[in-house]
Design a binder for this molecule. Structure first.
Ligand code: PMP
Length: 447
């Protein structure tokens, strides 16, 4: 249970004085002092419980402090805490085999997280094809290391521009706001056909890979139409391009399946994953490759790997975490609860003037907020914020609901273990916040 911390002001002060926080202007950070957690809740130093509607960074899928994952970590620490990356270990064999089984791919290369997985996926595709360009999409995030940040399309890449050479970007299957004035119907066709035009103009012999998020996460749960992936798969086959899907956020149960692309009946050539692989209990990512790429590296040098690649404690955490998914039927639960979540989101869209669009699959969902449903004018500008978004976030914070907001969007991505009652309590608070936003855009009487 949460307890009041005796010295929280000093801890926060020392955090700020001696450490640098990521993705922040340092003098604008107001960190919550987190002291523990259980299931869908985490605890702060004031002894308050927060409902975690963001699963931290959409990664702690089995919830906070799951006893089975904790036990597996403790057991592995007692048995063998470290083995260098060129050693065979029991846990490496077990996790590699499991990942092949659940993805239908051949072999896994272990990394420390998602960014490094994408670095290695791009490198492997370049080595395998002998080509250098990587096609990515604008509304994407692939990580914060140099290559993966360059490969990302959203503004988080701007600080490292021009970044690594060879990245070519295309538009996204963002059906609520298709580019170039197209309708959603036109864009269903155009979203893949323009990629073929880009391939032609760049030279098909120069394109090593197309790298896309399985389902776009931090740019707003962009769910492609059913035709998208089969057509993208066919395009890659036609031109000998490696299809890499980044399932760092969308994989491992978030959408109710092992991989988001399994909803579309296609198999990528390479899958990258992290987050839900261990639910964040230990740092781990993986690059999972198909048989052809695995065969290529049978007699070609795989130039890559870090001291901590394949860390036994991380692998043990992943094995236990995947077992929790299966033993507790968490994917079935996610699909079932996802239906309820979808109904509630649709009802919010119907009820509140500020809800322009809702997108959801499993427990991976977002509300996109607007000033005006007819014009779709966003409630905050792209790469910016607004008083309305500030109010929404502050209200949820005051209720100890932890939510992820960005630009004009608010996500609903709780741990997969969340109960219907907990989810409903969180969504009730979202509704109270949306009512406040409606008052701001419509005036108190109209709302
Ligand atoms: N890809 C996607 C789709 C992500 O959402 C993230 C992290 N939010 C990453 C890659 C980077 O992963 P990591 O932070 O583990 O390096």
């Amino acid at each position: 249970m949460p307890e009041v911390h005796p010295n929280t002001d000093q801890v926060i002060a020392d955090n700020r004085e001696y450490t640098l926080f990521s993705w922040s202007v340092q003098n604008q950070t107001h960190p919550i002092h987190m002291t523990g957690g259980k299931g869908s809740y985490f605890f702060d130093a004031d002894g308050k419980s927060w409902l975690d509607m963001a699963s931290q960074l959409i990664n702690i899928n089995v919830g906070h402090q799951h006893p089975k994952v904790l036990q597996a970590i403790k057991d592995q620490v007692d048995k063998m805490c470290f083995a260098g990356p060129s050693f065979a270990t029991d846990v490496r064999a077990e996790l590699g085999k499991k990942l092949s089984e659940v993805t239908g791919l051949a072999k896994s290369f272990f990394t420390l997280g998602g960014s490094e997985a994408n670095e290695n996926a791009m490198k492997m595709a370049r080595l395998y094809t002998g080509r250098d360009k990587i096609i990515t999409r604008y509304r994407s995030y692939h990580g914060a290391t140099m290559g993966s940040m360059s490969a990302s399309g959203d503004p988080r890449r701007w600080p490292v521009e021009p970044g690594i050479p060879g990245i070519v970007r295309v538009f996204d299957p963002y059906m609520y706001r298709p580019p170039m004035g197209m309708t959603a119907e036109q864009w269903e066709e155009g979203s893949v056909s323009h990629i073929e035009e880009v391939i032609q103009m760049e030279g098909p012999h120069t394109i090593a890979a197309i790298l896309v998020e399985g389902i776009t996460g931090s740019n707003g749960i962009l769910i492609p139409p059913d035709s998208y992936y089969p057509r993208l798969r066919a395009l890659c086959d036609k031109y000998g391009i490696v299809l890499i899907t980044d399932e760092v956020m969308s994989g491992f149960g978030r959408t109710g399946k092992w991989l988001a692309t399994q909803h579309y009946g296609i198999t990528p050539d390479i899958v990258t994953c992290a987050k839900g692989l261990t639910s964040g209990y230990m740092p781990l990512g993986a690059v999972i490759v198909n048989q052809e790429i695995a065969d290529y590296f049978e007699n070609h040098f795989l130039s890559g790997g870090l001291t901590y690649s394949g860390h036994p404690v991380s692998l043990a955490a992943a094995i236990a975490n995947l077992k929790v998914y299966e033993d507790e039927n968490l994917f079935e639960h996610t699909l079932e609860l996802g239906k309820h979540l979808g109904e509630r989101l649709e009802a919010m869209k119907a009820k509140y003037a500020c809800v322009g669009d809702v997108r959801y699959i499993g427990l991976f969902s977002v509300l996109e907020l607007v000033k005006d449903k007819a014009t779709k004018e966003p409630l905050a500008p792209f790469n910016g914020t607004s008083p309305e978004m500030g109010k929404l976030a502050a209200y949820l914070k005051s209720k100890h609901i932890y939510a992820y907001t960005r630009f004009n969007m608010i996500w609903v991505c709780p741990p997969l273990v969340i109960t219907k009652e907990e989810l409903d309590a969180g969504l009730d608070a979202y509704e109270e916040a949306l009512a406040l936003v409606d008052q701001m855009i419509l005036g108190p009487v109209a709302a």
